[in-house]
Design a protein around this ligand. Sequence first.
Ligand code: KDG
Length: 330
Amino acid sequence: MVDVVTIGESMILFQSLNDSSIQYSPLFTKSVAGAESNVAIGLTRLGKKVRWISKVGDDAFGKYLLATLAGEQVDVSNCIIADNEPTAIYFKDFKASQDPIVYYYRKGSAASKLNKNDIQPEWFHNARHLHVTGITPALSNDSAEMIIEAMKVAKRNHMTISFDPNIRRKLWTEEEARSTIQKMIPLCDIFMPGLEECEFLFGKKSTDEYGELLLNMGPRLILLKCGADGAMAYTSEYMIHKKGVFVENIVDTVGAGDAFATGSLSIILDLQNIDMELNNTTKIKSVIANALERGNRLGALAIQFKGDWEGLPTLNELTAIEHGESVITR
Ligand code: KDG
């Protein structure tokens, strides 16, 4: 059984080796990044079986990307290798005391050409849950249609669906972002926006108003990320708030949301029948509280490491942290 299927573009990420600005840096580190594959790696490290689906170029970067994910035990066997389009790349520019600035080189990339005719029944074979984000739909009309269709197919296959809007303003216009994301919200069971994303989508409101508005759109569980203030869960029966984990030395904020998705989903995936349990959330109140706590914990870990997923722990490491155990290092 595959716990999670996730579909989306991943890129090769270049960061300055010595954290100087990319304009002057003579040396770069090469890594892999992509919201969906970050979650795939994180969940695999926590013992879940994850199938990541994408399209990469028939180039050195595509090969490196697939090898990295396969090396993390993510199932990449359904990925498509394009004949003529390249694997996308992106650069992260570190700026003192603010979020890094990212520069994408992904127009016309292999993954941006994915379309709904690429969808295969094998993508969903024997799988329980689909996780998607708002990044891949931002790449092209075709990729937006493909993700929306994949959500519909997953539903027909009785899978549950989580959706993190991950709004990237550099990739599409505000109108496109709003209308596509608002179309996708009713198709998911678990919606995981950040507070700023709710404000972008619906204007300034209280967290309770966002919770009510989003539940009325269809999802049965809203996990609202509130940065350093932690996260909140809304269901038709209750609201829970869990405080954030304090981090003294923030190194790189990119990937925090994916880490939250990884942590919270890893707990929810332990439920035998997620679909059924989401119909009566009173019974699983403690599970949802744990999901928030683990999401916050992983978000805090992710931002202490350079890289979009490198700080995500294995299950043994996380269990030790959650139980306050010290780790034997030598
Ligand atoms: O959430 C982190 C992602 O934003 C990052 O890994 C790269 O997928 C990416 C993107 O499009 O920015």
